[in-house]
Design a protein around this ligand. Structure first.
Ligand code: NAD
Length: 429
């Protein structure tokens, strides 16, 4: 098998000066993006932070030596202080993106705006208009576009290695424990308070499919719903909390004790480290939704979704989101007129029909270690790198997840949710 030589762009960059950053939301995403400035000092510096969780604001404040008057609680306090930095990272919960993004652009901030950009099509379009008026750089958090794997996959398609693209089959495995953690017990369990699953999770995949195909999505049809995590599926006699001596605790794959205490997954949500004492974790499970029975939550997010996408020119894609898998990541098959690609999120192989030639792309990059440390197959740190480059060089072309691109993929999501609820096929507009 031959090697496909599409090297990844280095994560390390030089900027003409140290760019300053204000972080709204010092949670998981805010910390992930800020880490770039610690790994590559001199490129960016966090100079202000807002978080209603004071210990998180203070932790980031200490890490970056931020003076007390630049550590804020509610994000509105930070906005009231005027422009404090070159760039604002908006990593607040889903329902708090539109308001600060509109105001921050008005104040002249460049933005890293987490997805979903907003919760309605009208708000997304309003954000696009504000960006056009102000001309600031906006990178929406569609991090997969910056991951070396997806960049290489797109390049293989664009280079014509499989002829003309006809169809894509794509799978987003959510992973059983991640489903329970985020979408049954956690922050995104209630679609009305946050955003529907199609925006909260699968919007990455709708976006990446549109990007790989390189054409406008004209129609979408979505099916699926909540199959398992409901009261009528509860095993008989289950306790309200896994820590209440539930008779199913020893066998239930969704046991909070198993996920958080034995396996020590997702502990960042409690600001705990993996080596913390067992009692600290059990305390959190007894006091928060993370210890509740997955069959007795007030959740409504689907655990399986099936989408059919129709693009301009007759190109199609089918895409499933599945909670019930042992791993996360993505799996993709690309069907072209002259060949086929199969990928698993880390490597992919191109097969060419006539010659039988096979080419394999692997995760071989100069800065392997740094890319592996970064979430979303390297996409998280690569996104902030490209935003810094865009701002430093005043060149929007560094940003593949521009606001224009991202509005379109959000519109696909809104149309998909409408299709699912009404059992229809929807035009994307
Ligand atoms: N791009 C991606 O791949 C990706 C992945 C995960 C999450 N996200 C999105 O990123 C956003 C943040 O997610 P997260 O996982 O970091 O969540 P998080 O809960 O870890 O962090 C959000 C932070 O915002 C703070 N906050 C809430 N209300 C506030 C207010 N009024 N003012 C100031 N601070 C406030 C919270 O205290 C919390 O620390 C969400 O919109 C989420 O959907 C994107």
């Amino acid at each position: 098998m031959e090697t496909l030589e599409y090297p990844a762009k280095p994560l390390k960059i030089e900027t003409s000066r140290e760019l300053t950053v204000a972080v709204m939301g010092a949670g998981s995403r805010g910390r992930e993006y800020s880490a770039y400035g610690k790994i590559f000092p001199g490129t960016m510096k966090v100079v202000a932070v807002a978080d209603i969780n004071k210990s998180r604001a203070d932790a980031m404040g200490e890490e970056w030596n931020i003076p007390p008057d630049k550590r804020f609680g509610d994000f509105r306090e930070m906005l009231a202080a005027g422009k404090l930095a070159d760039i604002m990272i908006i990593a607040l919960p889903d329902d708090l993106h539109y308001e600060p993004a509109m105001e921050a652009m008005r104040q002249g901030y460049h933005l890293l705006l987490e997805k979903p950009m907003a919760r309605t099509a009208e708000e997304c379009i309003g954000l696009r208009e504000r960006q056009h008026e102000t001309g600031v750089m906006v990178a929406v958090g569609h991090v997969l576009r910056y991951a070396p794997y997806f960049i290489a996959l797109k390049r293989a398609i664009d280079d014509g290695l499989v002829g003309e693209l006809v169809n894509i089959q794509h799978m987003e495995p959510v992973m059983y424990a991640h489903m329970a953690h985020s979408f049954v017990r956690g922050n995104w369990h209630d679609s009305k308070a946050t955003t529907p699953m199609i925006l909260a999770k699968t919007c990455h995949d709708l976006d990446i499919l549109k990007w790989l195909v390189g054409r406008r999505c004209e129609r979408i049809s979505t099916s699926g719903g909540l199959y398992l995590f409901r009261k009528d599926k509860m095993p008989a006699g289950a306790a309200a909390r896994c820590t209440d001596g539930c008779p199913h605790e020893a066998t239930c794959p969704y046991s909070a004790i198993d996920i958080y205490e034995r396996k020590r997954w997702f502990l960042y949500v409690f600001d705990l480290k993996r080596d913390c004492p067992k009692e600290k974790i059990l305390e959190k499970l007894e006091a928060t939704d993370y210890g509740r029975c997955v069959y007795q939550m007030d959740n409504d997010q689907p655990d399986h979704l099936v989408h059919t996408l129709e693009f301009e020119g007759g190109v199609t894609a089918s895409f499933t989101m599945d909670a019930f898998t042992p791993w996360g990541g993505r799996k993709t098959r690309v069907m072209g007129t002259l060949g086929y690609i199969e990928g698993d999120g880390k490597t992919f192989t191109v097969h060419q029909f006539r010659t039988g030639r096979e080419l394999k792309w692997d995760f071989k990059v100069g800065e392997l270690a740094n890319y592996h440390d970064s979430g979303h197959a390297g996409g998280d740190l690569a996104l902030i790198r490209d935003l810094l480059l865009a701002v430093d060089r005043n060149d929007e072309s560094y940003l593949t997840s521009s606001i224009d691109e991202s509005v379109e993929s959000h519109l696909m999501g809104f149309a998909g949710e409408k299709s699912r609820l009404n059992h229809t096929k929807e035009e994307v507009r």
